[in-house]
Write a protein that binds this ligand. Structure first.
Ligand SMILES: *Cc1c(COP(=O)(O)O)cnc(C)c1O
Length: 352
C-alpha cells in the first residue's frame, strides 16, 4: 500500500455521522429534522412537466439563474448577493475552502452542527470550540475569539435555541473575520438576521429548502453575502453544482410560499404541544424555535429510551457524547401523539 498516501489531516479525522436512514419502511422518522409533510404539489407538477417536455442531455445553468432570480425576489437581496448550492452543506464547504488555510482557527459555539468541525479538519484548519452557557445565549468568549472564520447555527442544532438578531449584530461587529450564520431552521423562528446583511461585509447567511420546504431530497441551499464574497466562492464552486431537476423544483417551491407557511404554522403548534407533554413527563425541554426539540433528564442515560423507541419503529436522535438528552424532530400531530404514548409507557416500565 506504499503508493496510497493520504493527507495527514484526513487520516487523523473522523467523518461526519449522518442520522440513520432506515432501508425498510414502517418507521416514524423523527431523527433527522425532515419535514413530515410532503412538498408543494407545484414542485411535483413542475418536475413532471420538465421531464415530459425537456431534455436531460444538456448541462444545467451553472449559476442556477432562475433559482437565483427567484431567491433574490423572495428574500429581497440583489442577485449578485446570492449563490445557489447543492444543499446548504455544499455552501458551508465552499466557505471554509475560500477562507481557511491549514493551521487557521475556525470558531463556533458547541454543542452544535458537527459538520463545521469536519469541514474545518478537512481543510487542515483548527477547530476552536467554545461552550455555550447553560442558557444557550451568545457566548462572550465566542464574540471575542480570534479566528479566521466563525460559524453560528441559529436556531442551533441540536438544541433548537435561538439567538436574536441584535446579538448576532454584536457578534458580527465584534468579529474581525467572516461570520457564517447557518439559518437552516430560521423559518420556524421569529426572525432572520437577513436585514443585517447590507450593513456588514463580514456577514454570510446560509439557508436551505431541506427543512421548512420539505425538500431535503432535492438538495438546494442559498447563500447570501456581499458580492465580493460571492465572486470568490464562485471560483471554488463546481461548474454544474445544482442539477436541472433541483433547479426546476426549487423555482416551483419558491412560487408557493403560502403552502410552506401553513406547514410551518402547523409544525410550530405541534412543537409547543409536544414540549408541554414532555415537560409533564418530567423532561427538561430546551426552548425551541426550530422543527425539533431537545429533551433532557439530567443524569439519566437515555440510550434505553432511544433503543426501545427504535424497537417500536420510532427513530429519534441519540448523541453518545450527550447521553442524558434526545433530539426529537417534530412530525405530524398523530406521530407526536404516538410518540408521547410510547415514551409515557416506556418511562413507567423503566421506573424513571
Ligand atoms: C440540515 C442542516 C443543514 C444541511 O442542509 P442541506 O441544505 O440539506 O445540506 C445545514 N445546517 C444545519 C444546521 C442543518 O441542520
Amino acid at each position: 500500500m506504499n503508493v496510497v498516501e493520504f493527507r495527514r489531516a484526513i487520516l487523523a479525522m473522523q467523518g461526519y455521522t449522518p442520522g440513520e436512514q432506515p432501508r425498510e419502511g414502517g418507521f416514524v422518522k423523527l431523527n433527522t429534522n425532515e419535514n413530515p409533510y410532503p412538498p408543494s404539489p407545484r414542485v411535483i407538477a413542475a418536475l413532471q412537466e420538465f421531464l415530459a417536455s425537456r431534455s436531460l442531455a444538456l448541462y444545467p445553468p451553472p449559476l442556477s439563474d432562475a433559482v437565483r432570480r427567484k431567491a433574490s425576489e423572495v428574500y429581497g437581496v440583489p442577485e449578485d448577493w446570492v449563490l445557489i448550492g447543492n444543499g446548504s452543506d455544499e455552501l458551508l464547504d465552499l466557505v471554509v475552502r475560500i477562507f481557511v488555510d491549514p493551521g487557521d482557527r475556525v470558531a463556533y459555539p458547541v454543542p452544535t452542527y458537527t459538520y463545521y468541525r469536519v469541514l474545518t479538519l478537512l481543510q487542515g484548519g483548527v477547530p476552536l470550540e467554545i461552550p455555550f452557557p447553560e442558557d444557550f445565549s451568545l457566548p462572550e468568549a465566542f464574540v471575542a475569539a480570534p479566528a479566521r472564520l466563525k460559524f453560528l447555527c441559529n436556531p442551533n442544532s441540536p438544541t433548537g435555541t435561538f439567538i436574536p438578531p441584535r446579538d448576532i449584530e454584536r457578534l458580527v461587529r465584534g468579529s474581525a473575520c467572516p461570520v457564517v450564520v447557518d439559518e437552516a431552521y430560521v423559518d420556524f423562528a421569529p426572525e432572520s438576521a437577513l436585514p443585517l446583511l447590507k450593513r456588514y461585509e463580514n456577514l454570510i447567511l446560509v439557508r436551505t429548502l431541506s427543512k421548512s420546504f420539505s425538500l431535503a431530497g432535492l438538495r438546494v441551499g442559498f447563500l447570501f453575502a456581499h458580492p465580493a464574497v460571492i465572486r470568490e466562492l464562485l471560483k471554488a464552486k463546481a461548474s454544474y453544482n445544482v442539477n436541472i431537476l433541483s433547479q426546476v423544483g426549487a423555482c416551483a417551491a419558491l412560487d408557493d410560499l403560502e403552502y410552506v407557511r401553513e406547514n410551518i404554522a402547523r409544525i410550530r403548534s405541534t412543537r409547543e404541544w409536544f414540549s408541554e407533554k414532555m415537560r409533564a413527563l418530567g423532561f427538561f425541554v430546551y426552548p425551541s424555535e426550530a422543527n425539533f426539540v431537545m429533551v433532557r433528564k439530567a443524569g439519566v442515560d437515555l440510550r434505553f429510551l432511544y433503543e426501545a423507541l427504535k424497537h417500536r419503529k420510532v427513530l429519534v436522535r441519540y448523541f453518545p457524547e450527550w447521553p442524558d438528552a434526545l433530539r426529537i424532530s417534530i412530525g405530524t400531530e398523530r406521530e407526536m401523539e404516538l410518540l408521547v404514548h410510547h415514551i409515557a409507557a416506556l418511562l413507567e416500565e423503566a421506573h424513571v
